[in-house]
Design a protein around this ligand. Structure first.
Ligand code: PBG
Length: 316
């Protein structure tokens, strides 16, 4: 192991471009890309340019994309989330029209589309789980209709996977897969995303539906329920502070497991790199290897494009 040319033979963890999923924020209110101030180097993309953005990433070797929408219109129940010509539905059609081979994942949630910013229907200040489920079914069907390959419910409503599976099946979208944000913690690491997607909440917080950061057994129960309800891929989110959960989920269930390297994790690295405090390339590589080593099959990461460039240059 002391010789440089021997070590690659013993490398236990290998990262590949098809381990990565690149997030894209699609904004129907802008006409040119707009940098997200809390996520340096990351942009909201206007409709009309999103297929191009995907094309460039595919040229780098990336294959999978997860879409988040910033709609022009919000209301109490998030109706533009399931509109036929909503921002995501149009974005998916644009992408699939030009790049039928791109793997298109859509985030299925209400928070970007509701005036109150919560992930479910709200009455008297309370998020209503069961009333939200049929709406999630409608959103998923509208994404499938537009051509999405995988729908990814992120609202942590109980029963969301089954509601979506039933809705998709009854509309004939049996082959559309579900990636569930199964163990999604009520984390402060989502801060920058809420600016990026304009999905901050107007009152309260998300702790009534997202998970308590102290809990591990609860995460396993959440994952188990989602698998029973028909999830094809389960996700742990955030990634870095929850690598123990990723490892346990993978060992316990052995199903395709994703980890979301979230906005706050990205911004911490960028801020340090911009100050010259950390070597960005080396740090990103180490972070992504650690997530893979923990057991993730898929990593959703804002570093995807940078990583792909370094990977292709052979400079990692
Ligand atoms: C929406 C959603 C969030 C993220 C993904 N989907 C934010 C939240 O729950 O507040 C966070 C992603 C990130 O921080 O990168 N439910």
């Amino acid at each position: 192991m002391r010789k440089d040319h021997l070590r690659p033979l013993f490398k236990e963890t290998k990262l590949d471009l098809d381990d990565l999923v690149m997030p894209i924020f699609v904004d129907e209110t802008i006409s040119k890309p707009k940098e997200i101030s809390s996520m340096p180097g990351y942009y909201r993309i206007p409709l009309g340019q999103v297929a191009d953005e995907v094309g460039k990433a595919m040229d780098l070797g990336l294959k999978a994309f997860i879409l988040f929408g910033i709609p022009a219109y919000k209301d109490e129940i998030g109706s533009s989330a399931f509109a036929k010509n909503g921002v995501i539905q149009r974005a998916v059609r644009e992408i699939k029209g030009e790049h039928p081979d791109a793997v298109v994942v859509t985030d299925v949630c209400l928070c970007e589309y509701t005036t109150h910013g919560h992930c479910g229907v709200v009455r008297d200040g309370v998020v209503l789980n069961d009333e939200t489920l049929p709406i999630l079914g409608r959103i998923a069907v509208s994404h499938a209709e537009a051509g999405a390959d995988i729908v990814a419910p992120s609202g942590m409503m109980d029963g969301m996977v089954k509601a979506i599976r039933d809705a998709l099946d009854s509309e004939g979208y049996r082959d559309v897969a579900i990636m569930s944000y199964s163990a999604k913690y009520a984390s402060s690491f989502y801060g920058p995303f809420r600016e990026a997607a304009e999905s901050g909440y107007k009152f309260g917080d998300r702790r009534s539906y997202q998970m308590d950061i102290h809990n591990r057994n609860e995460a396993l129960r959440e994952v188990e329920l989602d698998i029973e309800e028909g999830a094809d891929i389960v996700m742990v989110k955030p990634a870095l502070a929850y690598l123990d959960i990723v490892r346990t989920v993978k060992d316990r269930f052995g199903v395709p497991t994703a980890a979301y390297n979230v906005s706050g994790e990205y911004s911490m690295v960028k801020a340090s790199a911009m100050n010259g405090w950390l070597d960005e390339k080396a740090i990103v590589y180490e972070i992504l290897v650690s997530i893979k080593r923990a057991g993730a099959d898929l990593i959703i990461t804002y570093h995807a494009k940078d990583f792909a460039k370094w990977f292709n240059e052979g400079s990692l």
